[in-house]
Design a protein around this ligand. Structure first.
Ligand code: FRU
Length: 498
């Protein structure tokens, strides 16, 4: 893979070449290595012919591409999304001599003669830490003769001492819960049916325990839906509740989305992060509405399509009036910080400019902190990131007092034109009325921008495809009283692919 094109993210994972979609099989192995697998077409820059691509990392930023890990069993079957677990007690019997065996659980989707056929669940085991897999010789392990039954996510439920699978009956808006003693025999336990926003299909559920600020850990169910998201195409929603080993019971039935942008789909949470620690996930930073058309797939850009988000760490907290908010911030950004590009700890109302055209990675991280506001919501912090050559720009920011709240606009970027590639995304009413501080953080990486209110409270992910490399950042703080303070810092980011 060639990771030098100006549209290539340099602190995000993207495939060496051709087409990637959902993250799969994410886990941390006993030696501490993080494994990501992903939906991968190794032949062309559009979806199809899915395998599980594979990459590993020690820090979730510096990735080493590995060989394809899971292959289709024949030429009319695709390997769709799924998960991987470490079977340390050898419940499956695949690992008589080891406690670090890995079992991948995934969907096989048949396309006989190119027509969509049945989708059923299969397993494969790895005796070498997840680098190579052998398919179970009695696959499938779960087949209900459906053409819309996919994306198994499996966890070990210690209190009931069994495996739990959540899986989408995609067209029926059902998440099924199955249990198993050995990953081979699966028993249906319950259905979670028609909750939240329905869209057109449910996909890629994850079920796991999540820390709750100021309380006991809660259970978290995230469901992706596509097409038919409220902003068009793909989006993910989540539910917070209880899980007893067979049934998930949400605390309420409110609809909550994971992101206010349009490019964060099918996130998967890593296994083997302790339940009392923030839970780490990567999302697929794209959207089915236009992912197969974006210009990174052209020969001149190296024919890669899609990247993952940076690693995000998550917990639940009551910050909005509705409560049970997903807090999703960047995991350990200090691992990728390189040099200070700009810093002003007493900016007040004012502007900071930073030229980053000579930063080798083309990527930077920004934090703006507004403090000591007098009483109510005050102030704005808006940015533009532009090309001094072409004049195109992406802009956004936070408008604490009013509308549009936290916002981003990619409409003045010129390298990709498509009716579904809509411009403006925002979230309103995002600050507590009595807050006297707020902050904006932003991670910019060539063709992906991730922005956050208060570190992690509202996350927005957008891709953008400029004609020329952007090189100039301007950030404007306004509307804060004299007694308030503002500080802005900008750092270049390392090139983790160099
Ligand atoms: C979600 C999805 C999954 C499926 C995979 C196929 O993006 O449609 O439901 O398993 O992609 O690549």
């Amino acid at each position: 893979g060639n990771y030098t094109d100006y549209l290539r993210p340099r602190v995000h994972f993207s495939p060496p070449r051709y087409f990637m979609n959902d993250p799969n099989g994410m886990h941390r192995d006993p030696s501490g290595t993080w494994h990501i697998y992903y939906q991968y077409n190794p032949l062309t820059p559009v979806a199809g012919n899915q395998h599980w691509g594979h990459a590993t990392s020690k820090d979730l930023y510096t990735w080493e591409n590995q060989k394809i890990a899971v292959w289709p069993p024949n030429n009319y079957t695709y390997v769709f999304s799924g998960s991987a677990v470490i079977d340390s007690n050898n419940t499956s019997g695949f690992f008589p001599d080891q406690d670090n065996g890995v079992v991948a659980v995934y969907t096989l989707a048949e396309y006989p003669g190119g027509e969509a056929g049945i989708q059923y669940q299969a397993i494969a085991y790895s005796r070498d830490d997840g680098y190579t897999f052998e398919a179970y010789d009695r696959n499938p392990v779960l087949n209900i003769n459906s053409t819309q039954f996919r994306d198994p996510y499996v966890i070990w439920h210690e209190p009931s001492r069994h495996w739990v699978m959540v899986i989408a009956y995609a067209a029926e808006y059902v998440i099924g819960v199955y249990t198993s003693p050995d990953l081979k025999e699966w028993t249906h336990a319950s259905n979670f049916t028609k909750h939240g926003y329905l869209g057109t299909q449910y996909e890629c559920p994850n079920l796991l325990q999540m820390p709750m600020k100021g309380g006991d850990p809660v259970w978290f169910l995230v469901i992706s839906l596509n097409p038919g998201g409220p902003r068009g195409g793909s989006i993910s929603q989540y539910f917070v509740g209880d899980f007893n080993g067979t049934h998930f019971e949400p605390f309420d039935d409110a609809t909550r989305f994971t992101d206010f942008g349009k490019d964060n789909y099918a996130a998967q949470f890593f296994h083997n992060v302790p339940a009392n620690e923030p839970q780490i996930a990567l999302g697929w930073a794209s959207n089915w509405q236009y992912t197969q058309l974006v210009p990174t797939g052209l020969l001149e850009h190296g024919q890669f399509r899609s990247a993952m988000t940076v690693p995000r760490e998550h917990y639940i907290a009551n910050v909005s009036a509705r409560g049970y908010d997903l807090i999703s911030g960047i995991h350990n950004v200090s691992a990728i910080i390189d040099e200070e590009l700009a810093f002003n700890s007493s900016l007040g109302n004012g502007t900071i400019l930073a030229y980053f055209g000579d930063v080798p990675s083309g990527a930077f991280y920004l934090e703006a902190n507004i403090t000591n506001l007098t009483s109510t919501l005050q102030g704005t912090a808006n940015f533009t990131i532009s090309s001094s050559v072409s004049g195109e720009y992406i802009s956004g920011g936070i408008n604490a007092a009013g509308s549009p709240g936290i916002w981003v606009d990619r409409g003045h970027i010129r390298g990709f034109d498509n009716p579904y590639f809509t411009d403006k995304f925002s979230e309103e009413g995002v600050l507590a009325p009595n807050s006297t501080t707020w902050s904006l953080s932003l991670l910019y990486d060539n063709s992906i921008l991730e922005m956050f209110l208060n570190g992690a409270q509202q996350a927005g992910t957008v891709t953008f495809f400029p004609e020329r490399r952007l090189d100039t950042l301007a950030i404007y703080v306004g509307g804060i009283p004299e007694s308030a303070g503002s500080s802005v810092a900008v750092w270049s980011l390392k090139d983790t692919w160099a």
